[in-house]
Design a protein around this ligand. Structure first.
Ligand code: IMP
Length: 199
């Protein structure tokens, strides 16, 4: 089976990624001696690549990184690439969701989407990218305790009206941006003979 070092240390993301990839990929944990990687690229693709490149350079192994943003139509795509810092440099998940609900107060158009860009970078310099998107609506108040980030304020269009934070991990993973990006990534990896020989 293929081995990938997971660039994220966020336990929620690792759990979601591992649940989707478990049959196809051995995920190695992010090295503990690797410091913070400054995510200063202008877009999700740039941030995913800089994280995967840094982990690949540090470990000399193939590395997997994701970068995700919540895009709200009426905010012209914000918070987008700045999703983790929407309410300020050290904002908590609760700070960010509170700011979002405040920005959308009294607005009828609550359309939004999560977008994930997954990147795999190999020691030989090969880079593979895959994107996943889930459309939905922003709620008017927080609902649910599962998941992380903006999950308590996001209702996926293809769901049953619950927020991601009101779903089990398995239910979120059936619909999520992250799962979709991973399925596209796996399809790309399986079409690349140089990358499948270890499967
Ligand atoms: P990151 O830069 O990919 O870590 O993600 C930026 C921010 O987006 C995070 O701090 C979370 O607030 C949010 N985020 C990322 N993925 C998800 C998700 O699956 N659900 C809810 N929020 C997410």
């Amino acid at each position: 089976m293929i081995e990938l070092v997971c660039a994220t240390a966020n336990p929620h993301k690792v759990e979601e990624i591992a649940a989707v990839l478990s049959d196809a990929v051995v995920l190695l944990p992010r090295p503990v001696d690797l410091g913070d990687i400054v995510e200063d690229a202008p877009d999700l693709t740039g941030n995913a690549l800089l994280k995967a490149r840094a982990v690949c350079a540090h470990t000399d192994k193939a590395a997997l990184a994701d970068d995700t943003g919540l895009e709200v139509d009426v905010l012209n795509g914000a918070p987008g690439v700045l999703s983790s810092r929407y309410a300020g440099p050290n904002a908590s998940y609760a700070d960010n969701t509170a700011k979002l609900l405040q920005e959308l107060a009294d607005l009828d158009n609550r359309a939004a989407r999560f977008r994930t860009v997954m990147a795999v970078v190999y020691p030989d310099g090969t880079e593979i990218l895959a994107e996943g998107v889930v459309e939905g609506q922003i709620t008017t108040s927080v609902r649910g305790n599962a998941g992380f980030g903006y999950d308590p304020v996001f209702v996926p269009a293809e769901g049953d009206g619950r927020t991601f934070a009101e779903m089990t991990l398995e239910e979120k993973n059936q619909l999520s941006h992250r799962t979709r990006s991973l399925h596209t990534l796996l399809a790309k990896l399986s079409h690349d003979p140089a990358r499948t020989q270890t499967w």
